[in-house]
Design a protein around this ligand. Structure first.
Ligand code: ASP
Length: 419
């Protein structure tokens, strides 16, 4: 769409930013009552996004995979996709490790006064590699789709797409045509939902700001600043370097093309809820083909979480520092590895990253009441950090899609800023 003549205040990303500021001000000034009055607008918006996720992902994957055909480079795409996920998550964890070791926010932190016993919600996550693998294979596809169990849905859909692509022309063509048309319809529907983003974001921000646990902020200030710095380093330095050197892409162009999706990731704190917006932005603005996005993005939303991986590592080291425990190099290596694995297992919903921190803590033997008290404090201040790590999670997926598309010869990717 050419919006060259549109005044700035009618452009969606400005409207969303204005809604964020307005929501933050409303939440800060009116507090809880405002959260109750307008919070439902945010819930409504997230429900609309969730409504489109499953059908959008199914149509996108089947049309993408089946149109490539059985032998058409699927294995290569898989390899590149997982190679990128691993590389970017590992870089993120190492950034977290380095920043926490430099700032050392936990050393000497007096957390006793602010202690709460609040524990994170009980989100079910796989805790071992075999569990993770078993979770991916659905026993009942309809049930998996009904629970929006994305990895299971993706697994089946990929296989279905491959099977469809392997059929003789007479069967393959109508199937691909159907899913392609359904995919276009879902994209259109997603566009309609996105047009409501300013209203939804207003509700989400009002509620988020009104319910921040301000009491715990002060003793946790260093911890929060450390995570913020580490996430920023990954967002502003590492991912742009990957874009530049692996994809030959100008990072600022990619950033501008992804602005709407990033703002929505920030306000929803959920990569899964943002997925429809990410898919649309990467296809229509970054210019990546459905063949590549259908591989990299839906899976990336659950598997590739750079922000979460970084957070797991930094959070565990913070806890160890606060307890006065020096982790050996070997133990830090265990933290690095389990942080990557835990981020793969984390659900793409708010606070999931904090819940799975217990997996990493367990891996280095950190447990007990003191640990729980600190995790309770981390929970009290988690929302703003969750917003930031979700944006980093989504950004890493879009960078991956752009890099892989370029490597597949898609020269139009991020060639310009598209509105
Ligand atoms: N909220 C994050 C996401 O959806 C996961 C996390 O809590 O780290 O990407």
């Amino acid at each position: 769409m050419n919006l060259a003549g549109t005044p700035w205040y009618r452009r969606l990303h400005w409207q969303i930013l204005a809604a964020m500021a307005l929501g933050a001000a409303t939440g800060a000034i009116w507090g809880e009552p405002a959260a109750e009055r307008v919070g439902w607008l945010g819930t409504l918006f997230i429900r609309l996004l969730r409504m489109v996720v499953v059908p959008l992902v199914i149509c996108s994957i089947v049309s993408g995979v089946a149109s490539v055909g059985a032998g058409g480079g699927i294995g290569r795409l898989f390899g590149k996709t997982f190679g990128y996920y691993l590389l970017s998550s590992l870089c993120a964890v190492l950034v977290g490790l380095a920043v926490v070791n430099v700032i050392r926010p936990g050393v000497g932190a007096d957390l006793g006064a602010a202690a709460t016993k609040e524990l994170p919600p009980d989100l079910r996550t796989a805790t071992s590699v075999p569990d993770l693998l078993l979770d991916i294979v659905p026993q009942n596809v309809v049930d998996a789709a009904a629970r929006a169990d994305m990895l299971a849905v993706i697994f089946f859909t990929l296989l279905f797409g491959l099977a469809a692509g392997a059929l003789p022309d007479e069967h393959r063509r109508p199937l691909v045509a159907f899913f392609e048309a359904a995919f276009q319809a879902m994209m259109k529907l997603t566009g309609w939902v996105i047009a409501l983003a300013p209203i939804g974001v207003f509700g989400l921000m009002t509620r988020a700001v009104a319910s921040f646990g301000l009491g715990a902020f002060q003793p946790m200030a260093w911890y929060m600043a450390t995570i913020l710095v580490a996430l920023l380093v990954h967002f502003v330095v590492v991912l742009p370097l990957l874009l530049r050197f692996l994809g030959g892409i100008h990072p600022l162009i990619h950033l501008r093309n992804m602005s709407e999706a990033l703002v929505l990731a920030f306000s929803t704190s959920s990569s899964a809820a943002t997925l429809p917006v990410t898919l649309r932005a990467v296809e229509q603005r970054v210019g990546v083909s459905n063949r590549v996005t259908s591989f990299v993005l839906p899976m990336g939303a659950t598997v590739n979480m750079d922000g979460t991986a970084l957070y797991e590592c930094a959070g565990v080291l913070f806890i160890a520092q606060a307890l006065g425990i020096d982790l050996s190099l070997g133990q830090q290596a265990v933290v690095v590895l389990t942080a990557v694995l835990a981020s793969i297992g984390a659900a793409a919903v708010p606070s999931a990253g904090l819940v799975i921190i217990f997996i990493v803590l367990e891996a280095v033997g950190l447990r007990g009441p003191q640990v729980e008290v600190i995790v309770g404090l981390m929970l009290a201040v988690d929302r703003p950090l969750d917003m930031l790590r979700t944006s980093v999670n989504v950004y890493s997926d879009s960078c991956g899609a752009a890099i892989i598309a370029r490597s597949e010869g898609e020269v139009q990717v991020d060639a310009e800023f598209r509105k």
